[in-house]
Design a protein around this ligand. Sequence first.
Ligand SMILES: *Cc1c(COP(=O)(O)O)cnc(C)c1O
Ligand code: SF4
Length: 338
Amino acid sequence: MLSAIEFSGREAVSPAAWKKALATAVRDPDDLIDRLGLPEGLREGARRAARRFGLVVPLGFLDRMRPGDPDDPLLRQVLPLGIEEDEAEGFVEDPVGDREAVLLPGLIQKYEGRVLLVAAGSCAVNCRYCFRREFPYGETPRGLEAWRPALDRIAADPTLSEVILSGGDPLVLSDAALEALVAALAEVPHLARLRVHTRLPIVIPERVTEGLIACLRGTRLAPFVVVHANHAAEIAGACAEALTRLVDAGVPVLNQSVLLRGVNDDASTLVRLSERLLELRVLPYYLHQLDPVRGAAHFRVSEERGRELVEELRRRLPGYAVPRYVREVPGAGSKVPL
Ligand SMILES: *Cc1c(COP(=O)(O)O)cnc(C)c1O
Ligand code: SF4
């Protein structure tokens, strides 16, 4: 266990700060356009697209964007665009076959040995390319009692060794709710690992509280945190400190990215991202081929281009800094290497 002493000497993070950051996130496209001084021509499309999939951008993430630049790589990830409404061949509502893999509401299994719990129905940031843009979160359980059937199902399946808390973003749950869920999982004897898939340490770094770290360190399950950043400019200031708090506490942190046109589809950008992660002792895990979800066709990068980029990464980076370039294929037994 971490003692309070190990934390002293470092600036304490107020346990309430992240909730405030979540509550004050920009959710109105007009507000986003005004704050960043973006071209007026974007306004109509942004309003329309945000009606289909809401805009959410925490102010601390917005601060890392260049004002007045519609091509800023962080902005592109979150800015609703009129072209999201264009039909694109092969871009569908549920591109990864999530619906067929639902065992029970909120419990998804595609791969042997690990199950995914949709632990929360919302995120701290809405990424326009998200493959769960249209996931029916309304059907997922809320609160420990509602989770009971899923927990019983996990307990009844000794082939499972790992639970992945996903979402939405599991770290929008309070520390108390997380602790209760983790405690219930730790009671299942055949579980060995707990994985948390989250973007909060990137977009609201204040979420990495002492309470969260205590929860991850305090469980008998081996904890792994998988964050999601696509560009080195995301990992600035408080975000770097948050990742360092996790790593210093002995929690392994991995990163997954999505290959996105206009965000990170060139080798130097990907090299800088990996180098930035390594500086912070975070390992690049996956580089995902974009899932063809309706509304995200403008982010598409061809697999051929993706393979060229990864080859260049192999030349320029140590092997452990090159993420695995993968695609999700509905029905496949794992992510498929490209
Ligand atoms: C991606 C995914 C996982 C995790 O796969 P790993 O290769 O172990 O990282 C697990 N379950 C589901 C449903 C997934 O989509
Ligand atoms: S944080 Fe993850 S789950 Fe949430 S919108 Fe972004 S990609 Fe989707």
